[in-house]
Design a protein around this ligand. Structure first.
Ligand code: HEM
Length: 196
């Protein structure tokens, strides 16, 4: 059951999941762009294998993160944050979760529609959810690219919001996601309550 949102800071697990997923997504995009620039070759296939495996790892971590978020308090934003930026930040967070679920799923369907046996770092193979299908492959390539384009915009908005809080508003919202920073220190200055 979801607990009451009274803690002004994120817990250690939430912070580790946040930065772990952030680093993996950056690595994932760099690996994908590297694969894009390579001609069809063994090197490209190997890079794509890493891309698929990392994407599946991100999918698992996002499911864990959603479970954690569902069962743990989400620290409230300071009262001074207006209704519009509050709604935009919330919408963008849900959008990021949705994209990081749909991207790996579309990638998985795309690869299997191309007839590829998708494995996780060569350790085990995933069961086939679709048969080889050139039409589906074309559609999923388009979907994967479209979702990536939206992801870039959502990441830019998320970063912009974080930097606005960290550098301009200086209201402790940015600090409460940093590892090694106490939520108490960053929020107590404004008289926010601290629980757990
Ligand atoms: C968070 C997860 C993922 C992100 C951020 C991501 C990102 C990207 C990006 C930026 C590209 C290059 C642009 C494009 O063609 O769309 C790409 C291509 C690709 N991705 Fe992903 N991807 C993810 C997950 C996956 C997964 C799980 C698979 C397969 C199991 C996969 C399979 C592919 C393939 C096969 C391509 C090359 C498409 C082509 O041949 O043009 N992706 N991905």
């Amino acid at each position: 059951m979801r607990t009451v949102a009274s803690d002004p800071g994120y817990g250690t697990v939430a912070r580790l999941l946040h930065w772990g997923v952030a680093l993996l997504v950056i690595a994932q995009i760099m690996i994908a762009l590297r694969a894009w620039t390579l001609p069809v070759s063994d090197a490209k296939l190997s890079v794509l294998m890493q891309h698929r495996s990392l994407g599946l790892t991100i999918l698992v971590l996002i499911v864990i993160r959603l479970g954690w978020r569902w069962t743990h308090a989400v620290p409230p934003l300071p009262r001074a944050v207006g209704a519009a930026p509050r709604a935009l930040a919330r919408f963008n967070q849900y959008l990021l979760y949705a994209l990081l679920l749909l991207l790996p799923i579309s990638g998985l369907i795309m690869s299997q529609a191309a007839g590829v046996v998708v494995s996780w770092f060569g350790i085990f193979d995933l069961p086939n959810v679709v048969d080889t299908d050139p039409t589906l492959l074309g559609r999923m390539k388009f979907v994967h690219l479209l979702l990536n384009t939206v992801l870039f915009a959502a990441i830019a908005l998320h970063l912009g919001g974080a930097l606005r809080h960290g550098l301009w508003l200086k209201d402790g919202v940015f600090q409460r996601m940093l590892i090694g920073r106490s939520a108490t220190r960053s929020n107590d200055r404004r008289g926010a309550r601290r629980s757990v």
